[in-house]
Design a protein around this ligand. Structure first.
Ligand code: ZN
Length: 68
Protein backbone atom coordinates (compact mmCIF):
# COMPACT_ATOMS: atom_id res chain seq x y z
CA UNK A 1 0.00 0.00 0.00
CA UNK A 2 1.30 3.46 -0.82
CA UNK A 3 1.57 6.09 1.84
CA UNK A 4 -1.49 8.31 1.98
CA UNK A 5 -1.93 11.66 3.67
CA UNK A 6 -4.94 13.72 4.50
CA UNK A 7 -5.57 16.91 6.36
CA UNK A 8 -7.30 16.56 9.72
CA UNK A 9 -8.43 18.90 12.44
CA UNK A 10 -8.42 18.32 16.19
CA UNK A 11 -11.68 18.31 18.13
CA UNK A 12 -12.07 18.19 21.86
CA UNK A 13 -14.44 15.51 23.13
CA UNK A 14 -15.99 15.98 26.54
CA UNK A 15 -18.56 13.96 28.45
CA UNK A 16 -21.22 15.82 30.38
CA UNK A 17 -22.16 14.29 33.72
CA UNK A 18 -25.19 11.99 33.60
CA UNK A 19 -26.13 12.90 37.17
CA UNK A 20 -26.19 16.70 37.18
CA UNK A 21 -26.09 17.42 33.45
CA UNK A 22 -23.74 20.36 33.99
CA UNK A 23 -20.27 19.20 35.00
CA UNK A 24 -17.63 17.69 32.78
CA UNK A 25 -16.36 14.22 33.55
CA UNK A 26 -12.60 14.03 34.07
CA UNK A 27 -10.32 11.09 34.61
CA UNK A 28 -9.55 10.58 38.30
CA UNK A 29 -7.56 7.35 38.29
CA UNK A 30 -5.31 5.19 36.17
CA UNK A 31 -6.65 2.91 33.46
CA UNK A 32 -6.96 -0.75 34.41
CA UNK A 33 -4.63 -2.47 31.92
CA UNK A 34 -6.82 -5.59 31.75
CA UNK A 35 -10.36 -4.26 31.60
CA UNK A 36 -9.58 -0.82 30.21
CA UNK A 37 -11.71 0.73 32.93
CA UNK A 38 -10.98 4.37 33.64
CA UNK A 39 -12.69 6.00 36.60
CA UNK A 40 -13.97 9.51 36.05
CA UNK A 41 -15.56 12.03 38.37
CA UNK A 42 -17.74 15.07 37.74
CA UNK A 43 -16.12 18.43 38.40
CA UNK A 44 -19.34 19.81 39.90
CA UNK A 45 -21.17 17.04 41.79
CA UNK A 46 -18.39 14.42 42.11
CA UNK A 47 -20.56 11.73 40.47
CA UNK A 48 -18.36 8.74 39.59
CA UNK A 49 -18.56 6.92 36.31
CA UNK A 50 -16.30 4.38 34.61
CA UNK A 51 -15.48 4.51 30.93
CA UNK A 52 -13.49 1.96 28.95
CA UNK A 53 -10.21 2.62 27.16
CA UNK A 54 -10.77 6.23 26.14
CA UNK A 55 -10.61 8.96 28.76
CA UNK A 56 -12.37 12.32 28.80
CA UNK A 57 -11.66 15.02 27.97
CA UNK A 58 -9.69 13.99 24.93
CA UNK A 59 -8.62 15.25 21.55
CA UNK A 60 -9.73 13.32 18.48
CA UNK A 61 -8.78 14.10 14.92
CA UNK A 62 -11.26 14.05 12.08
CA UNK A 63 -10.95 14.79 8.38
CA UNK A 64 -11.41 18.47 7.57
CA UNK A 65 -14.59 17.73 5.61
CA UNK A 66 -16.06 15.26 8.07
CA UNK A 67 -18.79 16.13 10.52
CA UNK A 68 -17.96 15.46 14.15
ZN1 ZN B 1 -22.27 16.03 37.93
Amino acid sequence: MPEIKREVRPIEVNYVCDACGKGMMVQCGPMDPHSGDIEHSCLICDHRQTFQWRPYPRIDHIGVNEKS
